[in-house]
Design a protein around this ligand. Structure first.
Ligand SMILES: Nc1ncnc2c1ncn2[C@@H]1O[C@H](COP(=O)(O)OP(=O)(O)OP(=O)(O)O)[C@@H](O)[C@H]1O
Length: 250
């Protein structure tokens, strides 16, 4: 069954397409790597999936799930780490979906938060401000929040950025655990060895899909070279979609 469906979707900023004419679907329970050169549109696609960006044209549907029911791990660079919030409180925002922003956190919820913090190896850091964490600790923190969200679809934007090998292998185990639970997991990645070893499906993006399918078939040198060429040739200031496409705007 399709968990996510893209129908000729175009996403962009200030009416300039950044990802365009993407069609396809992600099956329920898939473990999908999204790869492509810098600026290929991976983060843009993820922002579209979680509802932070509204399509300029076409549509994305998530089998009836609301965007807030999809767990999202943004790139660390997108997080304001000067915001004065503790590790515990930050992780607890993963429960907003079930308790609401103004819902109280009871003993059971506190226990769940403590378990999520323990699962990523951050026990003892509960009272620390997020601004004091190292990059790898911050990445673990983001995983704890996703863990707590208990979502059917999990979207991870460069989850292994600036991470030592112990931290990446711990967090990779978490991803494999989610996959074992038949959750749908998508991750934007740059490490091709990791993609080959752990991700059965891959979408190679270069503003549009260059290839999408079993990882070994997607990761060919021809496809990767084509993706590089397409990204270099893409005009960031391109006009909005042609009228035929923009008339389908959601
Ligand atoms: N907030 C924004 N406003 C305007 N343009 C943006 C914004 N975010 C991204 N872009 C542009 O959209 C295009 C796609 O960027 P995106 O961040 O989606 O790529 P990416 O594949 O995630 O790249 P990377 O691997 O470098 O993280 C780029 O040309 C980028 O400059």
């Amino acid at each position: 069954m399709a968990q996510l469906q893209f129908r000729d979707v175009t996403l962009g900023y200030d009416r300039h397409p950044a990802v365009h004419h993407l069609s396809g679907e992600v099956s329920e329970g898939a473990l999908l790597a999204v790869i492509g050169p810098n600026g290929a549109g991976k983060s843009t696609l993820f922002r579209g999936i979680v509802g932070l960006l509204k399509p300029l044209a076409g549509s994305i549907s998530a089998a009836g799930l609301k965007p807030r029911e999809i767990a999202y791990l943004p790139q660390i660079a997108d997080i304001d780490r000067t915001f004065p919030i503790s590790v515990f409180d930050f992780v607890s925002t993963g429960l907003w979906r079930s308790v609401g922003i103004f819902g109280g956190i009871g003993a059971a919820a506190r226990e769940k938060i403590a378990q999520a913090i323990a699962a990523v190896g951050l026990t003892g850091f509960e009272g620390r401000g997020i601004g004091t964490l190292s990059g790898g600790q911050m990445q673990r923190l983001l995983f704890a929040r996703v863990l707590l969200q208990d979502a059917r679809v999990i979207v991870l934007d460069e989850p292994f950025n600036a991470m030592d090998s112990k931290t990446s292998s711990d967090l990779l185990q978490l991803i494999e655990h989610w996959h074992g639970e038949r959750r749908t997991v998508m991750a934007a990645l740059h490490d091709m060895d990791m993609v080959r070893a752990h991700f059965p499906q891959t979408l190679l993006l270069a503003r549009e899909a260059v290839a999408w399918g079993p990882t070994a078939e997607v990761l060919t040198s021809d496809n990767l070279a084509q993706a590089r060429r397409m990204c270099e040739a893409f005009d960031d200031a391109a006009a909005p979609c042609a009228p035929a496409q923009s008339s389908k705007a959601a």
